[in-house]
Ligand binder design. Sequence first.
Ligand SMILES: [Zn+2]
Length: 119
Amino acid sequence: MSDRKIYTAEAWPEDEVWIIKVPAIEHGACVTEAATPEEIEPMARDFIAVMCDVEPDSFILEIVTPKYPPAKDGIYPRCVWCGGENYVLGVLHYSRGEAACAAHSGCGRMLPDSYRAKD
Ligand SMILES: [Zn+2]
């Protein structure tokens, strides 16, 4: 079944829940939530099934979660997703959510909103 479509879901902790974003759906504008890490996969499958009008078990699902938790100071020399080292000038932009991961062979993901320093 190598012709099955592959969807990627990004999931990160935010307050008491896990936010699930599927970039393939409306450019990631819609998100859903899971109460526990165990619920991420079934919630993501249901979400994709409803939004894309496909059967929940008809596709391959890849779940990506951050490697690192939120930093107390809100500064991220390394991408929380791939662990790649951001260029010096990119660290602040990445940490403010203004630029995507630009690490060498980085993942191109943005810092989750909830990871930013609260000011
Ligand atoms: Zn990255």
